[in-house]
Ligand binder design. Sequence first.
Ligand SMILES: *[C@@H]1O[C@H](CO)[C@@H](O)[C@H](O)[C@H]1NC(C)=O
Ligand SMILES: *[C@@H]1O[C@H](CO)[C@@H](O)[C@H](O)[C@H]1NC(C)=O
Ligand SMILES: *[C@@H]1O[C@H](CO)[C@@H](O)[C@H](O)[C@H]1NC(C)=O
Ligand SMILES: *[C@@H]1O[C@H](CO)[C@@H](O)[C@H](O)[C@H]1NC(C)=O
Ligand SMILES: *[C@@H]1O[C@H](CO)[C@@H](O)[C@H](O)[C@H]1NC(C)=O
Length: 484
Amino acid sequence: MAFLNKAIFLLVVLSILLVEADSLKQPHIVFIVADDLGWNDVGFRNPSMITPNIDKLAREGVILNQSYVQPVCTPSRSAFMSSVFPFKSGIQHYVLESGQPACSSLNYTFLPQELKKLGYSTHAAGKWHLGFCKWACTPTFRGFDTFFGFYGGGEDHFTHYTGGYLDYRDQFLPATEYKNVFSAMAHTEHAVRAIKNHNQSQPFFLYMPYQVVHAPVQVPKQYEDMYPNVLNEGRRKFCGMVSVLDEGVGNITQALKDAGMYDDTLIIFTADNGGELLGNFANNWPLRAGKHTVYEGGTRGTAFVHGSMLQKTQYTYNGMIHAVDWMPTIISAAGGTPITDRDGMDQWDSLQSGSPSKRSEFVYNLDDFPEPLEGHAAIRMGDMKLIEGYPGRYDGWYLPNNKTKTQKLHMIPYFTGDSPVQLYNVIDDPLEKNEISAQYPEVVAKLQARLAEYRKQMVPADFPPVSPLSNPKYYGDVWSPGFC
Ligand SMILES: *[C@@H]1O[C@H](CO)[C@@H](O)[C@H](O)[C@H]1NC(C)=O
Ligand SMILES: *[C@@H]1O[C@H](CO)[C@@H](O)[C@H](O)[C@H]1NC(C)=O
Ligand SMILES: *[C@@H]1O[C@H](CO)[C@@H](O)[C@H](O)[C@H]1NC(C)=O
Ligand SMILES: *[C@@H]1O[C@H](CO)[C@@H](O)[C@H](O)[C@H]1NC(C)=O
Ligand SMILES: *[C@@H]1O[C@H](CO)[C@@H](O)[C@H](O)[C@H]1NC(C)=O
């Protein structure tokens, strides 16, 4: 009897050790950020979109139904990289312009820096948009072994020029030989090369902040031609951009397979904000409004995760995830101990097993800075969402604009102050159709009090005017660090 007990005990210990050894294996991690991609711009939600690679990964993995991001690019990327709410690190206001002498706070280590401590080889290709006024702000000094792409927020997809000057780099040096190579092809090529060159004695981390599908609306003609039924030229080109993005995702997936890394890779895919409707033809139907607003269309991102390390797959996860959660979640997946004094929550268990989210509240944004017109204040607690004052540049619910006429958006003139407030139950009413602040004054008071607590932790936005010293003519006609 005693012998049997001992044997069972040993078996249990052995199986625990085996499970531990298995979970100790560090996965490769590919973190893809699609720029300005809308809620309704992927095939797994909208059958008119041609995105077979994205759809396959999403359907095999876990589609995230409540994955929140910031209303615009720079703050979202800062949240991904630092796990700090942008209003606490001074990067909550609008987006950085190339010549502004500022960057995402150097007070916080970035995700790839933490991954390097865990033994990862780290690579990035695409758009940085977290400031570059000095080298310390740039990707290779913030944890990436290699970087290929551009430092600013947007540029011509073929020439890689913005404001009349080149913004393109391979590691430290200007990359001049990519004229007429479309952004997605150049960025994917770097990623594929990084995968091919990877020495698998180390785990691999790839950050892919694609420039597509950000404005300007440009795409090689064969991708536009995939959408003959879309009569509106802008939307047709935009759809083509989405399909190039999808092809890039497919090429990265194939490269991982060819290298024998695919089965050990965790793929995370997310948009940086909602789709841009202002002249950019993205679509967030049926959600309200889009980029530049704190409505769900601007902040509820298209996102999914994929990988053999997920225990429950092929379903839609409804738990609340926020952009700040990715850093601790990824560190946890990588076998590390997440930093606990930041805003992110380690959601790795929840994503792996489908258990409830650790998160029950977050701040959409807190921004008091006056110009340009973006000031926002909104919070989610449980099922409820409160917006104080200005919700963003436009409003309304829009179907994909595939007709020839341009879409008329309902613009909201900017106003300051904390009123009127808007209250929504985004679980019962995800489309924000029923404003209920008048019915629930006590809920309004509770959310306002919580937002006021957060406001005490706000760091003023670091949003200096463009510096004349940033002019690329001082740096061989290339946008370059050196002006702060
Ligand atoms: C065009 O828009 C309608 C809705 O107005 C939608 O049902 C249809 O699928 C769209 N077609 C294409 C090709 O995008
Ligand atoms: C960074 O740290 C310094 C020194 O502690 C502090 O004064 C500053 O406010 C911090 N900046 C941000 C954005 O947190
Ligand atoms: C994907 O790979 C194919 C084959 O090498 C190439 O022709 C295509 O341009 C690539 N697409 C992207 C978006 O990189
Ligand atoms: C990979 O890295 C290991 C450990 O540093 C080294 O011993 C090995 O030679 C490397 N392999 C290649 C192909 O470079
Ligand atoms: C995803 O969220 C929407 C909006 O909140 C909801 O209507 C839908 O039921 C959710 N989907 C799943 C599969 O839970």
